[in-house]
Design a protein around this ligand. Structure first.
Ligand code: AHR
Length: 489
């Protein structure tokens, strides 16, 4: 009935890569339009960027933002979104069957990213397009001048190159829903060709190949192996995507979603390392979990079943206290794999299954999941430490018996922070053994918990679920369904 956690500074997993705390802005629903960009909004700047949203993005501590999709990118022409706004075409977006005005494009995104203080992670279209267009986009973004694409950017008023480091080779190319989806052989070859051409333009960029859209895909693991066999030398990262639906299966399994993520990451790493052995390479592929979150996906209305709309409100899920605990636990799982999993993008940033919500013309507010993300991004620095943990078990339908408490820690100079969750429905005393550190002083204890685990924040009640704060101690009672960050200095 008691959880015990022992920490030692020599139980090192690896450094905390700040790119783990990334997010995702897709041209989907109201993420861009009336999300980050809303000309005429009382808080919009001269470029139409919502400064109230920018303030929240900075508070969230997001480091890296993937753009412009998602499924959207697989039929997108990046040229539509650059140059004089009045000349840009209105297009039918095939991914979400929405009208894309192209009022916001690459250069607007880069202006927003600079204000938000985030690193861009740019995705190229490998659905309806190929190596030539991908290489030309790198040229437009990263070359100084003297070539057609670089000079076009200058003509568009952007004198200095954007110098974008991180690039995604398409999106979810294994998914039958994807415009231009491919077999693993087809995609692996295309990714190798596009990657080769893109690195000819700028050899210093880093490339992410598409892994599976989900661990439940019928092609999972075979897909990763086939893609890497063809593109191993061109790519630096392999992506994985995963979403957890609170309405799928039993609630205990949902609360223990991080157990699934742990296994998924381990399986992708084993597959990547198997290919490395077969190809006799020394380079190790790193992982980019470049779409992850809680998503009430069973409520999704498929694009085929909706009419064509301009800026529809798509998948604007209201998140609960339980969802926030799960998000905090998924971040714990990511940190546990910090030696190989070094990019993470929570999907998405605003309105679409997001930590930040907005009303058109109205306020912006923090969802419950905002809090564990913001605090983990703020506090998880330095080196990840793996705790020795014993905890009472809880029974789940999907994973059998699993520990009801999960935890990880980071050490940054003298600051030790323990991130912990109680994913069970009973209170559990947690005993921290920090003897190996010799005389740490208490710092802050942040907690997200509520008597009603189904409570969420809304436009009318934006502060209903917030963090509690007290002094940290080594003897803590973890409330049912709760998330904690305990710092010691
Ligand atoms: O994040 C929403 C969608 O989920 C993305 O467009 C797609 O990549 C994934 O299936």
């Amino acid at each position: 009935t008691v959880a015990r956690l022992t920490l030692d500074p020599s139980f090192v997993v690896g450094p905390v890569d700040r790119r783990l705390f990334g997010s995702f802005v897709e041209h989907m629903g109201r993420c861009v339009y009336t999300g980050i960009f809303e000309p005429g909004h009382p808080r919009a700047d001269a470029d139409g960027l919502r400064t109230d949203v920018l303030d929240l993005v900075r508070e969230l501590g997001v480091t890296t933002v993937r753009y412009p999709g998602g499924n959207f990118v697989s039929a997108y022409r990046w040229e539509d979104g650059v140059g004089p706004v009045g000349d840009r075409p209105r297009r039918l977006d095939l991914a979400w069957r929405s009208i894309e005005s192209n009022a916001f494009g690459l250069n607007e995104f880069m202006r927003w990213a600079a204000l938000a203080g985030v690193e861009p992670m740019m995705a190229v279209n490998l659905g309806t397009r190929g190596a030539a267009e991908a290489a030309e986009l790198v040229e437009y973004c990263n070359l100084a001048d003297g070539t057609a694409a670089a000079d076009l950017r200058r003509k568009h008023g952007v004198a200095r190159p954007h110098d974008i480091r991180l690039w995604c080779l398409g999106n979810e190319m294994d998914g039958p829903w994807q415009i231009g989806s491919r077999t693993a052989e087809e995609y692996g070859r295309l990714a190798a060709q596009a990657g080769h051409a893109m690195k000819r333009v700028d050899p210093s960029i880093e490339l992410v190949a598409c892994g599976s859209s989900d661990a439940d895909m019928p092609t999972f693991a075979a897909w990763e192996a086939t893609v890497l066999e063809q593109a191993y030398d061109q790519v630096d990262y392999l992506s994985l995507h995963t979403y957890y639906d609170p309405e799928r299966g039993d609630e205990a399994s949902f609360r223990a979603s991080a157990v699934h993520l742990d296994g998924y990451v381990d399986d992708v790493l084993a597959t990547a390392d198997h290919v490395r052995a077969r190809l006799r390479r020394t380079k190790r592929i790193r992982l980019a979990l470049d779409e992850w979150n809680v998503w009430y996906k069973s409520r999704l209305v498929e694009p085929e079943d909706r009419g064509i709309e301009d800026t529809p409100a798509l998948i604007e899920d209201d998140f609960t206290v339980t969802d926030a605990m799960v998000v905090g636990n998924l971040l714990i799982s990511m940190l546990r794999h910090a030696d190989r999993l070094t990019v993470g993008c929570q999907a998405q940033l605003v309105n679409i299954i997001a930590p930040i919500r907005t009303a058109p013309g109205g306020p912006a507010w923090r969802q419950t999941i905002f809090h564990p993300f913001a605090q983990t991004a703020r506090l998880a620095r330095g080196t990840v430490l793996r705790p020795a943990l014993t905890a009472p078990l809880m029974t789940t339908g999907r994973f059998g018996d699993v520990p009801a408490v999960d935890a990880v820690a980071t050490l940054d100079g003298r600051t030790l922070t323990v991130f912990a969750v109680n994913r069970g429905t009973e209170p559990i005393p947690l005993h921290l053994d920090l003897r190996a550190f010799g005389g740490h002083r208490p710092g802050e204890h942040l907690v997200l918990a509520n008597d009603d685990p189904h409570l969420s924040n809304t436009a009318e009640h934006p502060e209903r679920v917030t963090l509690g704060s007290s002094r940290s101690t080594t003897e803590v009672l973890l409330a049912p369904v709760s998330w904690h960050a305990l710092s010691f200095t």
